[in-house]
Design a protein around this ligand. Structure first.
Ligand SMILES: [Fe+2]
Length: 272
């Protein structure tokens, strides 16, 4: 843990000393590259994942199935995560809830960057265009900006074994879900951790069932859920069954100052 601890200490000092994104990227790349070139820092983390059944069962799952969480700052200012890229898998194009710095640890990783051309007026549409591509080798780094400014895709180049990258993320400005993009369908969809994704699926299932009891459960869920992105899922599903009730829910949430309000306001515009 010493290597990880000293990385975290230096990073905390950096984040305390500046808000400048170029400075954070510049120093963050140096620090992350230095750590990525010393794979010993992974010894205890990987030992725990590889041999401790209890740890594996009880760990908090995240939205990305290929992620190994290394460290999450208790104050929420940054996190350090490892991603394992299997050469047989096509990983989705995605955006991020924060800025990020990425360093290759092993293998070779192709990064394709995308520009968002447009989002349609209905939820779920997004057109992208590839804007750049580069291959990262061990110790080499790249950076991403939050949300629509940092859409990219990563995949293993080496075919014989998995490639690995180390990711440093800053404070989240969007919480609760990731956006994945489908280039064939010109679409965007939300991915959550498996616990919440189970709830989102149940809400979508209720929206597909045209029964009064389904609308009743959706109304309860919309009122009770504390997480804005789940509340949004509930109201969106409710709108399929009872438009008027969904409009009322949206107006109530917007008047109550829900944050971020954008999704709720856009849905209200579509329904009215
Ligand atoms: Fe990414």
């Amino acid at each position: 843990m010493d290597l990880i601890n000293s990385f975290c200490t230096e990073l905390r000092e950096l984040l305390k000393s500046t808000d400048s994104q170029p400075e954070i990227f510049n120093r963050g790349r140096q620090l992350l590259s230095g750590l990525a070139l010393k794979p010993l820092f992974l010894k205890e983390v990987l030992r725990r994942f590889a041999t401790d059944d209890e740890f594996l069962k009880n760990r908090l799952l995240t939205a990305d199935p290929n992620e190994i969480t290394i460290y999450v700052d208790p104050a929420g200012h940054f996190s350090l995560r490892l991603y394992v890229w299997d050469p047989a898998v096509s990983y989705p194009v995605h955006s991020h809830g924060s800025w990020g710095v990425v360093a290759c640890v092993a293998g070779e990783i192709l990064e394709r960057r995308f520009k968002l051309l447009e989002r349609g007026s209905t939820p779920g549409c997004a057109k992208l265009k590839e804007s750049a591509r580069a291959v990262l080798k061990p110790g080499e780094t790249t950076t991403v900006l939050p949300l629509d400014q940092g859409i990219h895709q990563m995949e293993a180049v080496v075919k014989e074994y998995s490639s690995i990258s180390l990711h440093l993320y800053g404070k989240s400005i969007r919480r609760g879900f990731l956006e994945f993009f489908d280039l064939q369908k010109d679409s965007v969809y939300r991915i959550m951790n498996p616990y919440l994704y189970g709830r989102a699926c149940a809400l979508r299932a209720l929206g597909a069932i045209g029964e009064d009891w389904a609308a009743e459960i959706l109304g309860q869920a919309a009122a009770a859920d504390k997480k804005p992105h789940i509340k949004y899922e509930a109201i969106r599903a409710l709108a399929l069954l009872d438009r008027e009730a969904a409009v009322k829910c949206l107006e109530k949430e917007i008047a109550g100052g829900i944050q971020p309000a954008e999704d709720f306001e856009n849905l209200l515009k579509i329904l009215k």
